[in-house]
Design a protein around this ligand. Sequence first.
Ligand code: C5P
Length: 250
Amino acid sequence: MVNHLADPPIVVALDVPNAEEAIRLAKATLGAVGGFKIGLELLMGPGPGLVGVLNQLGQPVFVDAKLHDIPHTVERAAKQLGMAGARWVTAHAAGGPGMLEAAVEGLDAGARGRSAGILAITVLTSLNDAILAHSGVPVTAGKLTSKRTRLAADAGVEGVVCSVKELGVINDVAASLAKVTPGIRPDGFDAGDQERVATPEEAIRRGSSLLVIGRPITRAADPRAAAEAIATSLQGITAPAHPGSHKTRD
Ligand code: C5P
């Protein structure tokens, strides 16, 4: 059985421009999801103080900070987010093993005994082989995902953020890592700007530990009902501990 990171294994992405809207959405979905995610827009706007406000609602907060800097700076930034109450913080594996280790140490220090973990971003889903080559990274996205997953696991992160299509690769390389998957679209919901989408049921069946879901919940006429419907659809769905081996993208 795959361990889910929250119950239900859904965090709602609060992709809105201000704290008022974020809190309104969080209250609207409270109890129907397992946590809330804030990203760069809210971090740069209202700031990390919002983490504490959301924590007061009683749900874990996922801070999609996508940290990437020298290890010392990342350690201190992660510590701040730990002190602010973040349960999960994202950091780019591209920053290297020392940076990821620093992120893990900083978050731990800030969390002071509370449970908190770094989730590594392996390769942004907006990148492909051609863009990587053009940027001076002459390996395929698939190979880079494998390499960075290994590096992230060795650095002590709690998990990785990946597309549902990459779950097999991640399990081949480091099955014990938590796998957090965005790009989730219930049947019939427009994919929008997401390239590689999967239904919530497929994601859980293939071994996702936590679904990150934005627009299918936040743009629904009734966000709570949308979240509840997704959570209900996941009941009873299980995944093997080590889902079968899949080929990498290359
Ligand atoms: O609205 P939607 O369900 O597409 O939102 C997905 C959320 O997950 C957004 O907050 C987006 O920034 C985030 N995310 C993603 N793909 C990644 C990493 C994070 O869509 N590779």
